[in-house]
Design a protein around this ligand. Structure first.
Ligand code: PEP
Ligand code: MG
Length: 567
């Protein structure tokens, strides 16, 4: 019988082939103390390990942007005085040998990062572990095992793959991989997505259940791995691969088309990004622009509030890469579950209802104005729009406008160029902003509906609470009515509404959202061509009729069923 194991989808697609088990022996640090006469030598040894690994990173062949970025990120961490100082101090003050000092330092860093509430930053702990491992090899003078030369095409099964493993692996021979550890946002998963290698991670202990030469199917669309499948299953998956390839070819042909309904309404299909490398993926996927740039990552990955110059460089590059396509930059949306290492948020009973996003920005005006000024300056280099999160009142918009005007005056005085007609919009993600949509729209140029939060606030259902996750459903008629009201109020004022919550590029919902009147859809790049495909084959008039029917319904599950049937 075939064994089937479930994990976390890291990269879509299907791969079939023989297994190659990749296991590295754990290398342990020497635990002996050193006497004072050896301190200088151990420090020197550590410094030369850093230099050697730095050189390796420079020499390493990099075929993707992610690999380039990982190498750069590792180089940056190697140059970070914190790492070197902490290790050197442990050698000097605690008489630890360089291996022990390094392993303790890395353990401490990894523990701190793993405790963070943010998945993305949690995953960055893997980079520290990776650097620790590479430096340990250097200190011990061992040549690490790697995947750079494989004998033939295979599926890699491993406890864990570090970003270095993935960066250096023999890509033409890796059909797919599955690992015991890892999450969706790890660098390893990101590389797999970029290379189009199917991968499933977080599989528990798959590596102990397989042996070299076993046959496996990795189903990166459903998050399964099938071990030693039957002939029938192999045939079934061979056919699936064929039809996926054909579908991909078909969608690739339309990915850069303008999405126009059969009766002539043009829809913008855009991408959500968190950094510049996401933008490369989005452009490759055929995005019409960026509907949401989550700038909080710039702040979260930093050791200080990013300066105007640091932000300006990123926004400018993003605008230039888009070559005139719109870039909606969301101002800092921090707080709630997203913290900062260098800033202590007040302890609150309900952080999601607390000091966050625009509330914090209007309180820490210097931080807010620094960001607005960086965005305004970057607006001279492309089509930038500004968007503020968590708005509940006209007053918050007026204050934002006031700060914008003050900065514009300063820029005028300093003869610094910017887009004088830069548009300002808000995220509609609170019930208050929906109820006040008719008033707020007078002060802004557009709305973008944040269904992730709007669903949680309209339904009073915490979006991260598993006990009540069955209630968290954007098809709930209360949420659909909120969406409809928002769109209608913007249209009445001659303005437009987009959506940047996950629901926007949920391909099941496309026709419904068209019928509700949505003008712009923005989400993860992987679904862009599919949404464009649906738009190109749908009539607005028909979808409007369908949406009317849905809006008249009472029951969430029935609505969802009906929407699925309508596809
Ligand atoms: C949303 O709330 O829908 C949204 C896009 O913002 P975030 O997921 O970043 O809160
Ligand atoms: Mg939100």
């Amino acid at each position: 019988m075939t064994d089937k194991y479930k994990g976390i989808i890291a990269s879509n697609g299907i791969a079939m082939g023989d297994i190659y088990i990749y296991s590295k022996e754990e290398i342990k640090a020497n635990q002996e103390e050193i006497d004072s006469s050896k301190v200088d030598a151990e420090i020197e040894k550590f410094k030369s390990a850093i230099k050697n690994y730095f050189r390796d990173l420079e020499d390493r062949e990099k075929t993707t942007k992610e690999e380039e970025e990982i190498a750069n990120a590792h180089k940056e961490l190697l140059q970070d005085p914190f790492l070197e100082e902490t290790v050197v101090n442990k050698i000097k003050d605690e008489n630890k040998n360089s291996e022990l000092a390094l392993s303790e330092t890395i353990d401490e860093m990894v523990t701190t990062m793993s405790l963070l509430d943010d998945d993305y930053l949690k995953e960055r702990a893997a980079d520290y572990k990776d650097i620790g491992e590479q430096l340990m090899y250097k200190l011990k003078g061992i040549k690490p095992k790697n995947l750079s030369k494989l004998d033939g095409k295979c599926i890699i099964i491993s406890k864990e793959l570090t970003p270095s493993d993935t960066s250096t692996m023999d890509k033409k021979n890796v059909l797919g991989f599955a690992t015991d550890l890892g999450g969706k946002t790890s660098h390893t998963s990101i590389i797999a997505q970029t290379l189009g290698i199917p991968a499933v991670v977080g599989m528990g202990n798959i590596s102990s259940k397989v042996k070299d030469g076993d046959y496996a199917i990795i189903d990166g669309d459903s998050g399964f791995i099938l071990l030693n499948p039957s002939q029938e299953e192999k045939e079934e998956y061979t056919n699936k691969i064929k039809s996926l390839e054909e579908e991909k070819k078909r969608l690739d042909k339309i990915k850069n088309s303008t999405a126009i309904t059969t009766d002539g309404k043009t829809i913008e299909v855009s991408a959500n990004i968190g950094n510049l490398s996401d933008l490369d993926v989005a452009i490759e996927a055929g995005c019409d622009g960026v509907g949401l740039f989550r700038t909080e990552f710039l702040y979260m990955e930093n050791t200080h509030f990013p300066t105007e110059e640091e932000q300006f460089e990123v926004y400018k590059k993003a605008a230039e890469k888009l070559e005139g396509k719109p870039l909606i930059i969301r101002t800092l949306d921090i707080g709630g579950d997203k913290g900062l290492d260098y800033y202590e948020f007040p302890k609150e009973d309900n952080p999601f209802l607390g000091y966050r996003a625009i509330r914090m920005c209007l309180d820490k005006v210097d931080v807010f104005k620094t960001q607005l000024r960086a965005i305004l300056r970057a607006s001279a280099f492309g089509k930038i729009r500004i968007m503020t999160p968590m708005i509940i009142s006209v007053d918050e918009v007026k204050k934002t406008r006031k700060y914008l005007e003050e900065i514009k005056k300063d820029l005028d005085k300093e003869n610094i160029d910017y887009d004088k007609n830069i548009e300002l919009g808000i995220m509609v993600e609170t019930p208050a902003s929906v109820m006040m949509a008719d008033k707020i729209i007078k002060y802004v140029d557009f709305f973008s509906i944040g269904t992730n939060d709007l669903t949680q606030y309209v339904l009073a259902v915490d979006r991260g609470n598993e006990n009540i996750s069955y209630l968290y459903n954007t098809y709930n008629p209360a949420v659909l009515r909120a969406i409809k009201r928002t769109i209608d109020e913007s249209h009445k004022a001659g303005k437009w509404t987009g959506m940047c919550g996950q629901f926007a590029l949920d391909i099941t919902a496309t026709k419904l959202l068209l019928g509700l009147g949505l003008d712009e859809f923005s989400g993860t790049p992987s679904n862009i061509s599919k949404v464009k495909d649906t738009v190109l084959n749908t009539s607005l008039e028909e979808s409007k009729k369908f949406a009317e029917k849905i809006l008249d319904m009472e029951d969430t599950q029935e609505i969802e069923r009906m929407v699925i049937e309508n596809n």
